[in-house]
Design a protein around this ligand. Sequence first.
Ligand SMILES: Cc1cc2nc3c(=O)[nH]c(=O)nc-3n(C[C@H](O)[C@H](O)[C@H](O)COP(=O)(O)OP(=O)(O)OC[C@H]3O[C@@H](n4cnc5c(N)ncnc54)[C@H](O)[C@@H]3O)c2cc1C
Length: 159
Amino acid sequence: MRKILIVGGGYAGFYTAKKLEKHLRRGEAEVTMVDPLPYMTYQPFLPEVAAGSVEPRHAVVPHRRHLRHTKVVTAKVTKVDHATKTAELTPPVGDPWTIEYDTIVMTAGAVSRTFPIPGVADQAIGLKTIEEAASIRDRMTENFVKASTMPPARSATGC
Ligand SMILES: Cc1cc2nc3c(=O)[nH]c(=O)nc-3n(C[C@H](O)[C@H](O)[C@H](O)COP(=O)(O)OP(=O)(O)OC[C@H]3O[C@@H](n4cnc5c(N)ncnc54)[C@H](O)[C@@H]3O)c2cc1C
């Protein structure tokens, strides 16, 4: 059986697996999808999560609940060797292991850029993951709470 390896279970990887499940005939290929996260994030919903109008759990899709015939592996792809058609998978716990493939689909997405602006890398929060969106929401709420208990500011004339 042909082995198809999908690197990343984000928008592109998840829908590749879902479409393959629909179109492949039984026994035609074995599909494996690898991602360190067990869910796909609908990134266009992240601003709503940060604003508090959408719950974080409503902006993610659990891989295993929606992919019935795909082998889902929770790990990071840490090496790909096209010459031998093998990839190294590193799980969160345990030693890395190697998997063979006939076809590889690279959909590992992108990372937030911080640009050489002083302070951005240390202070800013990205908006690429559900955790970052929830953390922006929490920081804003916390700041509103702090502001609501601060004494009123005095004007320059002291009134
Ligand atoms: C705030 C925001 C709003 C957006 N709004 C819109 C919009 O309105 N309309 C629109 O069309 N697009 C929008 N986009 C863009 C859209 O979400 C992205 O284009 C899309 O998510 C890209 O899909 P992807 O599969 O390439 O990457 P991602 O969805 O980011 O998925 C990449 C996956 O790869 C995994 N991965 C990373 N490294 C590895 C590794 N080494 N091994 C295994 N897995 C790995 C990650 O964990 C992740 O699950 C928005 C994006 C953001 C951030």
